[in-house]
Write a protein that binds this ligand. Structure first.
Ligand code: SF4
Length: 335
């Protein structure tokens, strides 16, 4: 199947008071129709900048310096704002962590949902309202015919997120980008929202990019995963391999910091020491070396590329090469 989205060597930079700063670098991945890609990493790793680059929402200070974003075979980096707006309204939708920042507090839910519907469907007033109510019911909003005339502040966080999902899906997008969609919600509502996204993915066939720092959400939803660190992809694989055989020390650290339900209560969580380096002072060599328990001399001076570690498994770590060499020397018969 042809990929729906194919990103190659994307580099995005922002203008700051200290000059232009590269925020993400050499980001490449593919996504097929109906697939869910999880992007995981701590804050400041470049997850959101990746999604805003795809949406063409980098603001006045941001720009794509390099790379291609092929969406349905077309390089959308080359499109102007009007063309991008058209793609955003019709083919790519986005939901954010805090729906209040995306919902306008002075308009009713109905006004906003109907406006979203009208961007791509030319319906009469009555039909658009009926479709809006149907969408609200579909995302599990009770009393949808009354809620449609409410203002956003009258709804709980979980209900507002459902409205956002209804708006995002009203145009049946080919791609939904969900940036920490459940982070602000309590656990029960979180599970319901994830279930809803799964159901809609199945019904509409939308591909999803799910951005989260929560590996539990990744395990629940993703088919494949990229792990980002300091603006780069450091590991890419399918979701099962990610949990069974993580290779990059950063990924191992993230997985080690998940609480185990059946773990010893006294057992302390492994946390990754240190913090993500500043974009203004990126270290030489491997960007993770100052936090890595496996760092070797080479890691301080040489930038590791994404190395192939298995079938569709990539890791930006010199250990892949070291292990491969060790394996080869074991295989060479001595004497
Ligand atoms: Fe650690 Fe070196 Fe691998 Fe970087 S390249 S993650 S420092 S072992």
């Amino acid at each position: 199947m042809e990929p729906l989205l194919e990103i190659s060597e994307l580099q995005t930079a922002f203008q700051t008071d200290q000059g232009e700063v590269v925020s993400i670098e050499d980001v490449s991945f593919r996504l097929k129709p109906g697939e869910t890609l999880g992007i995981v990493g701590e804050s400041g790793c470049g997850k959101s900048v990746t999604s805003l680059s795809i949406m063409g929402l980098l603001g006045q200070r941001g720009r794509i310096r390099k790379g291609e974003i092929l969406f349905d075979g077309e390089d959308i980096v080359q499109l102007d704002e009007a063309q991008m707006r058209n793609i955003r309204g019709n083919e790519i939708s986005m939901i954010f962590q805090e729906p209040m920042t995306s919902l306008n507090p002075v308009f009713t839910i109905g006004n906003q949902l109907i406006e979203a519907i009208n961007q791509h469907l030319k319906l009469g007033k009555k039909e658009a309202r009926a479709l809006a109510i149907e969408m609200l019911k579909k995302v599990g909003i009770p009393r949808a015919d009354a809620i449609i005339d409410e203002y956003p502040h009258a709804l709980s966080g979980g209900m507002r997120q459902r409205v956002m999902i209804a708006m995002a899906l009203s145009c049946k997008p080919k791609l939904l980008i969900a940036d920490e969609p459940t982070t602000a919600l309590d656990v029960t509502i979180q599970a319901q929202v994830l279930e809803l996204m799964k159901k809609l993915r199945k019904e509409i066939g939308t591909a999803i990019i799910l951005i989260t720092h929560d590996l539990g959400v990744i395990a629940e939803m993703a088919d494949k995963v990229i792990v980002m660190y300091a603006g780069q992809v450091v590991e890419e694989t399918d979701v099962f391999t990610l949990f069974d055989n993580p290779l990059h020390p950063y990924t191992k650290g993230l997985i080690g910091s998940i609480p185990q339900i059946d773990g010893d209560l006294e057992e302390r969580l492994v946390s990754i020491p240190g913090t993500v380096p500043s974009l203004l002072q990126m270290p030489n060599g491997c960007r993770f070396h100052s936090r890595c328990a496996f760092a070797m001399e080479r890691c301080v001076n040489e930038v590791p590329p994404l190395l192939t570690a298995g079938k569709e498994h990539l890791s930006r770590c010199w250990l892949v090469e070291r292990d491969r060499e060790a394996q080869q020397s074991r295989e060479v018969p001595s004497g």
